[in-house]
Design a protein around this ligand. Structure first.
Ligand SMILES: Nc1ncnc2c1ncn2[C@@H]1O[C@H](COP(=O)(O)OP(=O)(O)O)[C@@H](O)[C@H]1O
Ligand SMILES: [Mg+2]
Length: 372
């Protein structure tokens, strides 16, 4: 393929990755004699116009963001048979590669990655109204210098602007990480949708287990709406209660139960890092995709210093680490009872009127039997 692709001003060194639609190359920018990465979309006879528009949208969205934790776009262009954009080259693995080869990462490292991603998403949302829509370990590049960089704005949306039209019934994304509202193709996507995906990402990095792994994409999407996964501590007992409560809140089923702002996310990351509980853990009755972890009472009361529960044997993860489905796909939302997110309107049934009524009947019967 190298032989067929020539980009004036750049010489391709080697292919880094080949995705469904595009390939990423390591290259040299000849004039400046520096290493860059180039993402190339080959036009094929049967390719769809939407794909090109999406790619241009991706390049522009990425180019509009200038932040130390987002891969910088530096150039773009078009040839007869391909489109491309040029980025800074990030030497180092993706967070996905790292967890694949090393297993769960230490909590401190997971929190550091979370903090940097939160800073970048805060900037993207506050200054540009951008929602990334595909936060996952494979899209987080870990630079050798220790910095995390968000890549792949292929699904990003600039809210309030005209995006690239996609089929109304389809949702694009990576089901293992996307939130219920993305599975249901609701219009309510906002930066809290990225918070959920960040929660799923940190869950994967801290436990080594992909949420709802080994299920077909439609089923994973349905599980994001209805299902639950074990608390992180049940899979990796080294994780703190603070970490569990934090990720549980990020992955609340209903957007309004997640954080109101990235500032709150970042300050809770720092609290967890300092061994404290988060400021407002979810109550047990509020549904999250993560099963509720009940904190030991003394911690709940003190509100600080998380200690580790000793001696508890690790529980077997529900799903194995093998993953066949973490690639981005499109899912038909009709299969998921479209526009019906049960966590938005439905609350737990109120049983008290029934209890009072039955109590009243019992009292009447008792009175009737003994008084008459
Ligand atoms: N700027 C970059 N520097 C180094 N590697 C990169 C860069 N951008 C992407 N990659 C590598 O290419 C892979 C695919 O890139 P990505 O933009 O996520 O494409 P796709 O849309 O196919 O998922 C990434 O997972 C990463 O390994
Ligand atoms: Mg990607």
């Amino acid at each position: 393929m190298t032989a067929q692709i020539e980009i004036p001003g750049y010489s391709l060194v080697n292919k880094i990755a080949e995705g469904g639609m595009a390939t990423v190359w390591k290259a040299c920018q000849e004039k400046l004699d520096r290493v860059v990465a180039i993402k190339i979309l080959l036009k094929q006879a049967d390719s769809d116009q939407q794909e090109y528009e999406r790619f241009i949208y991706e390049a522009r969205a990425a180019a509009s963001l200038i932040h130390p934790n987002i891969v910088q776009v530096i150039d773009a262009g078009e040839h007869d048979d391909f489109l491309y954009y040029v980025m800074e080259y990030v030497p180092g693995p993706t967070a996905g590669d790292l967890v694949d080869s090393n297993g769960p990462l230490p909590e401190a490292q997971v929190l550091q990655i979370g903090l940097e991603v939160a800073e970048a998403l805060d900037y993207a949302w506050r200054d540009h109204h951008v929602v990334h829509c595909d936060i996952k370990p494979d899209n987080l590049l870990l630079h050798r210098n220790g910095r995390t960089k968000i890549a792949d704005l292929g699904l990003a949306q600039v809210l309030g602007s005209e995006g690239v039209a996609i089929d109304d019934d389809m949702t694009l994304g990576t089901p293992n990480y996307f939130p219920p509202e993305q599975a249901l193709v609701e219009d309510s996507l906002d930066t809290r949708s990225d918070m959920y995906a960040l929660g799923a990402t940190l869950y994967h990095l801290g436990t080594g287990t992909i949420p709802f792994a080994n299920l077909p994409p439609d089923e994973v999407a349905s599980q994001q709406v209805h299902g639950q996964i074990p608390a992180p501590k049940e899979i990796n007992p080294k994780l703190t209660y603070g970490f569990c409560a934090f990720v549980e809140r990020l992955m609340a089923k209903d957007q309004q139960h997640r954080y109101d702002s990235w500032d709150d996310v970042m300050s809770d990351i720092m609290r967890v890092r300092d061994g404290q509980v988060i400021r407002a853990p979810l109550a047990a009755k509020i549904r999250s995709t993560i099963q509720h972890t009940r904190m030991p009472t003394h911690l709940e009361k003190k509100g600080k210093v998380i200690v580790r529960k000793r001696g508890a044997p690790p529980m077997k993860p529900l799903h194995s680490q093998e993953d066949g489905h973490r690639a981005r796909v499109s899912v038909n939302a009709d299969a998921l009872s479209r526009n019906r997110n049960p966590y938005i309107k439905q609350q737990a049934p109120n049983i008290w009127p029934a209890v009072v009524l039955l109590g009243g009947i019992a009292a009447l019967l008792y009175g009737y039997t003994f008084l008459f």
